[in-house]
Ligand binder design. Structure first.
Ligand SMILES: Nc1nc2c(ncn2[C@@H]2O[C@H](COP(=O)(O)OP(=O)(O)O)[C@@H](O)[C@H]2O)c(=O)[nH]1
Ligand code: SF4
Ligand SMILES: [Mg+2]
Length: 404
């Protein structure tokens, strides 16, 4: 594959983390085998995270991220630390670069705590291996249950090939987020996107999954035709061939479905997002569970962030209303932005989670694992709305061949 041709969202990201002057930039250059990040004895030389695409054996296309030292100080330093933490939070694999010749610093203890909380493989690179080791550093790392530990001497470059091998060995441990249309379209195909512009639409822009879909289609050399639901019939009639897929906003589902031939492949942005961030099969099993709910069953609507609540909020108003209209039994709804502890979670029969547009796939999958562990059924907004509109299984059919 040509370097740089894979969208950044599909590349596995590897981020180097550590305090200032630990040797992060030196190591990134050795792994990359070229000078891409500035190395300097002056602390705080790497100010903004540096990202470089490369091919890395079995990992395929990856992006290496160098970050600023996590112990950076002052107002600018704080900003750099925040940016670095964002990069580290989204990275698939984190490499803690720490000097072998020094005892662990406070900032390193806090950093490791934060990195471990986010899940995903964590590898340590013990730099300055050209100097006598400090036993306190070794003892600390030995207690961390890391996914790999490699000794490196950045003066000679010794250890960098071993680190590359160690990273390649983690290939089956990473689950990168697929792009929104991955596996669903081929070069040259036409996809019709239906994006209602109503009162709920943000002023002057499109919502994230719509923007992502357009960008993904362009990256894949496909054609995107974007229309409001009102123009759909006419746009569709004007086409000389069928689009390979129609993607609609969930809220216009019924109207869009009624305007299209029954055998036209159709799905929604939120179902695409559900596939990208989570697990369709789990969500479909959650829909199946609705039929078996008992009278008075408890349902938890789980949102991930404090987005601006509109008057007719989807999670707190529309979903419970649709449920009351369509489900065979009465249920009691609760709303939360945090997943309850397992004991409290077990009291629910079903969780309906939001699209998770602000969360990474790893965060969503981590949450799904906890819900499954508690033996609670789970679905998400996109699948629920498709079900409520009578569009299951039709709206998931185009995705099933490539279900993630
Ligand atoms: N002796 C020795 N010096 C190193 C090593 N790694 C980095 N340095 C030096 O430490 C300083 C900081 O390195 P740099 O890679 O910029 O650290 P960063 O702040 O973590 O990116 C530079 O002067 C490097 O030459 C190493 O393994 N051994
Ligand atoms: S879908 Fe979830 S993560 Fe996205 S804005 Fe709504 S509540 Fe936040
Ligand atoms: Mg640096």
């Amino acid at each position: 594959m040509i370097q740089g041709s894979t969208p950044a969202s599909e590349r596995i990201s590897i981020a180097f983390a550590g305090i200032r002057n630990a040797g992060k930039s030196s190591l990134m250059n050795h792994v990359f085998q070229r000078e891409v990040s500035i190395v300097s004895p002056t602390p705080g030389t790497t100010t903004d995270p540096v990202a470089r695409p490369m091919e890395l054996g079995g990992l395929g296309p990856v992006t290496l991220h160098d970050t600023a030292g996590i112990d950076d100080t002052g107002a600018l330093g704080e900003l750099r630390v925040r940016r670095s933490m964002e990069v580290l939070g989204h990275a698939d694999i984190r490499v803690l670069v720490t000097r072998s010749d020094l005892a662990p610093a406070e900032a390193e203890l806090a950093l490791v705590e934060a990195l471990r909380g986010r899940g995903g493989p964590l590898v340590a690179a013990l730099s300055f291996d050209d100097r006598p080791a400090d036993p306190a550093k070794e003892a600390w790392l030995a207690g961390l249950a890391l996914d790999g530990l490699v000794r490196v001497d950045n003066l000679s470059g010794r250890g960098a090939p071993e680190l590359r091998e160690c990273l390649i060995g983690l290939a089956d441990r990473v689950d990168p987020e697929p792009s929104i249309l991955e596996g669903l379209v081929r070069e040259g195909e036409l996809v019709l996107l239906v994006t209602p512009i109503d009162l709920g639409a943000p002023k002057g822009r499109l919502i994230l999954p719509q923007v992502e879909a357009i960008r993904d289609l362009l990256d894949r050399d496909c054609m995107a035709l974007v229309v409001k639901e009102r123009e759909l019939s006419e746009a569709y009639a004007r086409l000389s061939g069928r689009p390979s897929l129609v993607v609609t906003d969930s809220q216009a589902f019924s109207k869009v479905a009624a305007d299209l031939p029954e055998d036209q492949a159709l799905t929604s942005f939120s179902i695409l997002l559900a596939r990208k961030k989570g697990d369709l099969a789990t969500y479909l099993a959650g829909i199946d569970a609705i039929a078996g709910l008992e009278e008075g069953a408890r349902i938890l609507v789980l949102e991930s962030c404090s987005h601006h609540r509109q008057a007719e909020d989807l999670g707190t108003v529309k979903i419970p209303r649709l449920f009351r209209q369509l489900a065979p039994r009465r249920a009691e709804f609760s709303f939360s932005r945090e997943l309850p502890e397992s004991e409290a979670l077990r009291e629910f029969s079903l969780v309906i989670s939001c699209g998770g547009c602000m969360r990474t796939r790893r965060q969503v999958m981590g949450q799904l694992a906890l819900i499954r562990e508690a033996a609670v059924a789970v679905t998400n907004y996109g699948l629920f709305l498709a079900w409520a509109n009578g569009l299951l299984p039709r709206a998931v059919e185009p995705l099933m061949a490539t279900a993630k």
